[in-house]
Design a protein around this ligand. Structure first.
Ligand code: MSP
Length: 479
């Protein structure tokens, strides 16, 4: 059986989840559900990144023990994913004993095979990014992502060899063996790799307590990114033995925001190469969510809360608005007002109205709709195959499939207005049956394609078609 392994990045537990985390996770959920529906053996991993200076500092500010602090925040992530109907198979936490033991085994291996050596590292460290920054990455001396001046740091540490992999990485990315999508991110990372020499990276911290101790030098803890990357393997139950890699590896897709592409394409990839393991098959890179054209911030007061979205739009409404918010890969500009309008147009008036009209009219027909709308029938439908053939999903055009579905919804609503089936029922029964057959068939296809995006709604549509009884799907929201 074909296998499909997909991962989200693991989220820092320095603060509660926000809309950006929800966007990444819902996008992965759509891909996981889609591939499960195709009958692939699917594994979907998400979780939390719980060590490092940023979290240690935050826990201290709150007067809490780090473990107790991350336990609380990890639980909020788990709850939110339940609420958003996320179908992850495992939720990995980097403070779990299994993960910690595997990380230590891997570091021992890297040390034994000569990929790690002792030295010193001097540089500018951004705690927000948990990364050293080069001068040319700063704007006015500050990290542009965190608007903060990085700390000067010089300490004894262990370093991992990077440079010998530069050409390998360029080649694998160029020939799509290690595929980076959308295309412009592939170009971006290639131009980075082709323009500067990869420096060896520090993989340990001497002064930091909140991390996994190095097995060969307990004065040091593991650099949080190395610890975190390994989740993609330990989440599969891997114990760190390179001779015993889980069969689901390599991942088909690692979904990442654009801000963490470089660190993955360099440090994560080099770690795998140093271990003699395969690289993930692809990265899907998404843009950032902005609000009213600006980065969300408490000061600007333009933060869109995921909790507010769920309260207002419900689970499927929220999933829909996130996934249809713009072209995958680009930054998305969202506002509550625009989302409310879109909810009313596409969901309440568009899809909701279509379903209630078709189901109401279907009461009058004699057709056996169970058969027409049956799953196996539809899976062989040309229309469905076409989507798969075009490989929009595997080409990171998630939003495009939704757009395609909702165009179909508009076409079907228009078909009802043009054909006036309620009149046909009175004057031309044969034609009435034909039109209804087409409407039901098309609506069933829409429901199946939507299954991955709006699982509850898709189920409700299928039940409504089968029982010829429809409950309202989406209530209009007052602007
Ligand atoms: N812990 C690291 C990842 C380690 S993976 C081995 C991390 N965590 S994070 O919580 O800061 O961010 C996780 C993801 O959320 C990133 O992919 C990031 O791009 C995404 N987002 C953070 N803010 C975002 C928006 N405003 N919009 C969309 N996604 C954004 O980085």
């Amino acid at each position: 059986m074909d296998k499909f392994y997909i991962t989200t990045p693991i989220y820092y537990t320095n603060a509660k989840p926000h809309i950006g985390h929800a966007y990444t996770t819902v996008a992965c959920d759509v891909l996981a559900r889609w591939n499960r529906l195709q009958g692939k053996e699917t594994f979907f991993l998400t979780g939390t990144d719980e060590h490092g200076a940023k979290i240690e500092k935050k826990a201290k500010e709150e007067g809490r023990e780090p473990q107790e602090f991350v336990d609380e925040i990890a639980a909020v992530f788990v709850d939110l994913w339940k609420r958003l109907n996320i179908s992850n198979d495992v939720f990995i936490r980097t403070t779990s004993p299994e993960h910690k033991a595997a990380v230590q085994k891997v570091l021992q291996e890297l040390h034994d095979n000569g990929s790690i050596y002792k030295g010193t590292y001097k540089g500018l460290y951004c705690v927000g990014c948990e990364q050293f920054k080069s001068e040319n990455e700063l704007v006015d001396g500050k990290c542009p992502d965190h608007n903060a001046v990085p700390e000067e740091m010089e300490e004894e540490c262990y370093l991992m060899k990077m440079n010998k992999w530069q050409e390998t990485l360029i080649e694998k990315i160029k020939n799509d063996e290690f595929k980076i999508q959308p295309e412009r991110y592939k170009k971006e990372i290639l131009s980075f790799l082709e323009s500067q020499k990869l420096e060896d990276v520090s993989i340990s911290r001497k002064k930091l307590k909140w991390g996994i101790p190095l097995p060969f030098d307990s004065e040091h803890t593991t650099y949080v990114w190395i610890d975190a990357f390994l989740n993609y393997l330990t989440g599969l139950g891997w114990d760190g033995d390179v001779k015993n890699v889980p069969k689901m590896w390599p991942a088909e897709i690692e979904m990442l925001g654009k801000d963490i592409l470089r660190v993955h394409a360099t440090i994560w990839a080099a770690t795998l190469l140093n271990l003699g393991l395969e690289l993930p098959k692809s990265f899907f890179i998404h843009g950032h969510i902005l609000s009213g054209g600006k980065k969300m911030s408490k000061t600007l007061g333009n933060v869109i809360s995921i909790g507010d979205m769920l309260d207002k739009f419900g689970v499927d409404g929220t999933r829909y608005l996130l996934m249809s918010g713009g072209t995958f890969g680009d930054d998305l500009d969202l506002t509550m007002e625009r989302m409310t309008e879109k909810y009313n147009n596409d969901l309440a008036n568009g899809l909701g109205n279509l379903v209630s009209r078709v189901v109401k009219l279907s009461e009058k027909t004699s057709k056996d709709f169970k058969k027409i709308s049956s799953y196996s029938e539809i899976l062989t439908d040309d229309y469905y195959n076409w989507i798969e053939k075009e490989q929009w999903m595997s080409n990171a055009r998630i939003d495009f499939i939704l757009e395609f579905c909702f165009t179909e919804v508009r076409i079907l609503n228009k078909k009802i207005e043009d054909n006036k089936p309620w009149e046909l029922f009175k004057n031309d029964t044969a034609r009435f049956e034909v039109v209804m057959g087409e409407l039901i068939r098309s609506l069933s296809v829409v429901a199946i394609v939507l299954d991955a995006f709006l699982p509850e709604t898709a189920q409700k549509i299928k039940t409504a078609l089968e029982t010829k009884k429809a409950e309202p799907l989406f209530q209009r929201i007052k602007m």
